[in-house]
Design a protein around this ligand. Structure first.
Ligand code: FPP
Length: 227
């Protein structure tokens, strides 16, 4: 069976290469992350010109806590600033915020900001899903435990309890920076997703790269295990 629908409704991105972007310019890593946020902002703005209904971004993995404290603080501060500065734009542009991961374990002020942003954007028609303190293994364990508590564990029961339960099926997974691995991101959801590994560092990623990726997606033949 091939899919008649060549439109990617749900795109996920592993935003990699902020550190290398900064290093090449002899700048502190924090500058790479700052530019990375600018790239996020431009991409979210461009969504209205694409058929993408949901964009999921890997912003902070549960393994990222192993980075130096200063870098973790930088990333958390960027998150605070980003929500504060861009929330009015999300509301104006009908962007709904969704968070995946164990995000309620983040600093209480960030949790409160995110809860407020989720509530204020609830009516949005396009979704920006941000993975924060996220790991796919932990997500699957969490879903399996919930399913077990309800009764039988089958695929539908697990899917109902994934953090992505209310999102469209994942169509396209992009990783920037030339690395070719999934790094514990959306392992369940990626089962039939198309994958694209781009040689672009995240701060250099533009809305045009997304449009090219969508064009490439449209050329691919998806079989979902059939022929
Ligand atoms: C990978 O680059 C990137 C991250 C670990 C964080 C991604 C975060 C952002 C783009 C900013 C925050 C996001 C939002 C939504 C506000 P790296 O540091 O691993 O780069 P390197 O592999 O070149 O060192």
């Amino acid at each position: 069976m091939t899919t008649p629908d060549k439109v990617a409704r749900h795109v996920a991105i592993i935003m990699d290469g902020n550190g290398r972007w900064a290093k090449r310019r002899h700048l502190p890593r924090a500058m790479g992350h700052r530019k990375g946020v600018d790239a996020v902002r431009e991409l979210v703005r461009s969504l209205k010109d694409t058929p993408v209904e949901c964009l999921t971004l890997y912003a902070f993995s549960s393994e990222n806590w192993k980075r130096p404290e200063e870098e973790v603080d930088d990333l958390m501060n960027l998150m605070r600033k980003f929500i504060k500065s861009d929330l009015p734009e999300f509301i104006a542009n009908d962007v709904r915020l969704h968070i995946l991961g164990d995000w309620r374990a983040l600093a209480p002020d960030i949790v409160a900001m995110l809860e407020d942003a989720i509530a204020q954007t609830a009516k949005g028609t396009r979704t920006l899903a941000v993975a924060l303190n996220y790991g796919a293994h932990a997500e699957i364990v969490h879903a399996a435990r919930k399913a077990a508590a309800e009764g039988e564990i089958d695929e539908q029961a697990i899917e109902r309890h994934l953090f992505s339960a209310e999102l469209p099926p994942l169509d396209l997974l992009i990783r920037t920076s030339g690395e070719v691995r999934l790094s514990n991101f959306l392992l369940w959801q990626a089962a039939y997703a198309e994958m694209l590994f781009l040689d672009v560092l995240w701060p250099d990623f533009t809305p045009d790269h997304l449009k090219q990726a969508l064009a490439e997606f449209a050329e691919r033949e998806r079989r979902f295990g059939g022929r």
